[in-house]
Write a protein of this length. Structure first.
Length: 245
């Protein structure tokens, strides 16, 4: 279901937000059965958007985008550390959008019906703060819970909502600045030894024994949850490039 189509709040490029998983819940081993939301450039293949840097419209200042390149032998940005594999779900959803297979939620009530009774993942790809907050508020108005993460908490044009989004902190200083504002963080660390007293290890992580999934855990819902912040050891295909200092 298309729940938003319009300008990115980050740079004005045309983007689209598509919710999937209403009929068949995600089988993602970490997230479990959640409604997934994909934030994509409307008219640019997500691979090309990442390679060229046009993905600023959906990812903003996130350092995990990698470095834009014009190299002919590269398909994506170089030194990309994002764990999302673009040529899988994001590309498939983008192609499906251009085939016209998705319906459209035409108002807040229709958007609310998508989330009704479901756990929702804000920004399965892309940063939710690139999208007007009214979209997420409608989607979550009857949802049973959500997760959400944003690198744009300090960007004036972004619609960062601390109640429903975790601050994606790339180092301890960033996390401490967010904590001082009463915001909760999701922080990448090099090892479990780096986790502070203000944080817990992600319960769905390999290091925690994957003892739960995101849909059952519910701790990454921003400051609406009165709990410690979350930390996780760098993982995924780009972990070797990740920096946490």
């Amino acid at each position: 279901m298309i729940i938003y189509e319009g300008p990115s709040l980050l740079d004005g490029q045309q983007i689209v937000v598509i919710a999937t998983g209403m009929q068949a819940k995600s089988k993602n081993d970490k997230t479990g059965g959640m409604i997934q939301t994909w934030i994509l450039l409307r008219d640019i293949d997500p691979r090309e958007a990442n390679k060229s840097g046009a993905d600023y419209a959906i990812c903003g200042d996130c350092p995990h985008r990698g470095k834009a390149t014009t190299a002919l032998d590269k398909v994506l940005a170089v030194e990309r550390t994002c764990y999302v594999i673009i040529f899988q779900a994001p590309l498939n959803v983008w192609k499906s959008f251009h085939r016209g297979i998705y319906g459209r939620a035409v108002d807040s009530e229709a958007i609310a019906s998508v989330g009704d009774g479901n756990e929702v993942r804000l920004g399965s790809y892309g940063d939710p703060a690139a999208v007007p907050a009214y979209v997420w508020k409608a989607l979550l108005s009857r949802a049973s819970g959500n997760t959400g993460y944003s690198h744009q908490s300090g960007l004036d044009d972004a619609d960062f909502v601390a109640d429903i989004m975790m601050v994606s902190a790339d180092n301890l200083a960033m996390a401490q600045a967010a904590w001082a504002k009463g915001q909760r963080t999701f922080r990448l660390v090099d090892s479990l030894d780096d986790i502070t007293d203000n944080e817990i290890n992600c319960p769905a992580s390999k290091e925690a024994g994957q003892r739960t999934t995101c849909d059952k855990c519910g701790l990454c819902a921003g400051s609406s949850i009165k709990a410690k912040s979350i930390a996780i050891v760098a993982h995924g295909n780009g972990a070797k490039y990740a920096t946490t200092n």
